[in-house]
Design a protein around this ligand. Structure first.
Ligand SMILES: Nc1ncnc2c1ncn2[C@@H]1O[C@H](COP(=O)(O)OP(=O)(O)OP(=O)(O)O)[C@@H](O)[C@H]1O
Ligand SMILES: [Mg+2]
Length: 258
């Protein structure tokens, strides 16, 4: 290694897309993220699991700079994005995000929703952005709904449109926060199928999920949060088949019996 910022060289060399060190976030007395260390490799799919209130959403929000951190460092491809002087919009342009609901702008057509991201982030001309958006929508079977407003689509269709909007800009990282938990059960499968195909295509994903079967099938690594701490992180076969920590076993037992 010679010249430049050694930290950046080091992280790029290992293919680390996202790196958190000692990330801490408290709301008043309540510590919600209590020293999170996490590295996510390029093309890796990480499932964040844990009880309600364990800090999954807060963790995702800190990465997208929607939540400030009180201590620690967050790096995206080696760049310290937790530096308060960072251009938050420039960082967010590198990250795709889909939440539980209200992802699409209701006053824009589905096509405009998808095209807008490319126009804003990559300054793509309208015509090119729309062509690309239409290709993406066609790839998920929504071409015929492109001109419709989001409220004319099913919840599953809306979430799939939100996912292609999030990847339209070819982000370095995709964050998914419980993207199926507001859906009717019969619509969950189509959304998960799209996530599966992105994962197979090499998209780097960090997803908070209650869908344990899906985490088991698609994730490369399952990260279990409890009280704002990572208690255990392991490949799914190990995590579900032979969890090391008592708290993981309790969590899984509760989950399986609920
Ligand atoms: N803005 C806030 N002000 C105060 N407390 C907050 C705030 N945001 C989150 N919290 C608290 O932080 C804790 C973690 O919340 P978070 O939403 O990250 O959990 P989660 O793991 O995503 O839960 P769920 O599975 O229900 O989505 C909760 O106790 C929550 O009440
Ligand atoms: Mg949450």
């Amino acid at each position: 290694m010679s010249g430049g910022d050694p930290t950046i060289v080091a992280t790029d060399a290992t293919g680390t897309v996202l790196s958190l060190r000692g990330v801490r976030r408290a709301f008043g007395e309540k510590v919600v993220l209590d020293g999170i260390d996490l590295d996510v490799a390029a093309h890796e799919v990480v499932a964040l699991v844990g009880a309600s209130g364990s800090g999954k959403s807060t963790l995702l929000r800190t990465v997208n700079l929607l939540e400030p951190i009180d201590d620690g460092v967050i790096r995206l491809r080696g760049d310290d994005v937790s530096d308060p002087r960072v251009d938050a919009d420039a960082v967010r342009a590198r990250i795709g995000v889909v939440f539980q609901h209200y992802n699409l702008f209701p006053h824009l057509s589905v096509l405009d929703n998808v095209a807008l991201a490319s126009r804003l982030v990559h300054r793509m001309p309208r015509r090119d952005a729309e062509r690309r958006a239409l290709e993406l929508l066609a790839s998920i079977g929504l071409a015929e709904h492109a001109r419709a407003f989001p409220d004319r689509l099913s919840g599953g269709q809306q979430q799939r449109a939100a996912i292609v909007r999030a990847i339209a800009t070819e982000p370095e990282l995709l964050l998914l926060d419980e993207i199926t938990s507001a859906l009717d059960p019969e619509l969950v499968g189509e959304v998960l199928a799209l996530v599966r195909s992105l994962a197979e295509g090499g998209t780097t994903i960090v997803m908070a999920t209650h869908e344990m079967a899906f985490a088991r099938e698609v994730a490369d690594r399952v990260v279990f949060l409890d009280g704002g701490r990572i208690i255990e992180a392991a490949p799914p076969a190990e995590f579900f088949g032979a969890p090391r920590e008592a708290r993981t076993r309790e969590f899984l037992a509760r989950y399986l019996t609920s």
